[in-house]
Design a protein around this ligand. Structure first.
Ligand code: NAD
Length: 266
């Protein structure tokens, strides 16, 4: 399959670690020039850039807090200054600030909504503005592609994580509404909803045998996911092979959405 991604330009937010890093490395392997966005320490971002360059790819690291409008604009400018255009936005940055509902502070609520929902709004809006201006050009069949990193928790309720599940539920509707509005501009907007992927965000769920065993009861396919599982789907959704796909959510979860508790008659 020819993904036809060569020489396209992508920003992947929160890509110094985890799923974002895997998506950046995966896109770069297909010839995409990538912007590694990081939030605080540049150490890990530099490592990802180094790895991509060592494999013959092109990458830069840019610091920006996606929940801040000014910083998002600076991120976009840094990309355009370096690479001249933008074809792909992967709105991936995210975090958790967990608490039981009655213990949840406004700060915890605002933090998660600010990064996981408003942050995606800000980066997607800036990208869509560029795609509209740019139109369909020599790189690929669409004027631009947006991938929203959602979660199985855009569907599955999650006690103790009401802020996170609410943000992801919001991402699903934001993604679908954007897709509807932007299709006429030949901008494709889709979401990937990962299940359990082995990254820092959910370390407590896999870093000891008891926790992992418990987690695996939720995954019919019998293994925890890896960043690469998401990166492969990300590259496909960004490619011309997916040119007729917009407004879709792909659940990449080893079957977590299949209510595994009912596998033995409930
Ligand atoms: P991760 O912690 O490795 O990655 C999250 C990244 O976002 C980090 O690099 C972090 O620095 C960055 N970030 C946080 N706040 C930011 C801000 N204000 N501005 C810019 N960057 C910021 O965890 P991950 O698992 O790779 O998470 C990536 C995305 O995948 C998140 O949106 C998460 O909700 C989603 N997700 C992960 C899983 C999983 O099982 N790991 C499951 C479903 C969804």
């Amino acid at each position: 399959m020819n993904l036809n991604l060569k020489n396209q330009v992508a920003i992947i937010t929160g890509s110094s670690t985890g799923i974002g890093a895997a998506c950046a490395i995966g896109l770069a392997a297909e010839g995409v020039k990538v912007v590694i966005n990081y939030h605080s320490s540049d150490q890990e971002a530099k490592k990802v850039v180094k790895q991509i360059k060592a494999a013959g790819g092109k990458a830069i690291a840019v610091k920006a807090d996606v929940s801040k409008e000014k910083e998002v604009k600076k991120l976009i400018k840094a990309c355009l200054d370096k690479f001249g255009h933008l074809d792909i936005m992967v709105a991936n940055a995210g975090l958790q600030a967990d608490a039981s509902f009655t213990e949840m502070t406004l700060k915890q609520w605002n933090k998660v909504i600010g990064v996981n929902l408003t942050g995606q709004f800000l980066v997607c809006r800036e990208a869509a503005r560029i795609f509209q201006k740019q139109g369909v050009h020599k790189h690929g069949r669409a004027a631009g592609k947006i991938i929203c990193m959602s979660s199985v928790h855009d569907e599955i309720a999650w006690a103790g994580h009401v802020n996170y599940a609410t943000a992801k539920g919001g991402v699903k509707m934001m993604m679908e509404s954007m897709a509807q509005e932007l299709a006429q501009d030949k901008i494709r907007v889709n979401a990937i909803s990962p299940g359990a992927i082995q990254t820092d965000i959910n370390k407590d769920a896999w870093d000891n045998p008891e926790a992992l065993e418990q987690l695996l009861t939720l995954i019919p396919y019998g293994r925890i996911g890896q960043g690469e599982d998401i990166a492969n789907v990300c590259a496909f959704l960004c490619s011309d092979a997916a040119d007729y796909i917009t407004g879709a959510t792909l659940y990449v979860d080893g079957g977590m959405m299949l209510y595994p508790g009912f596998a033995d008659n409930g």
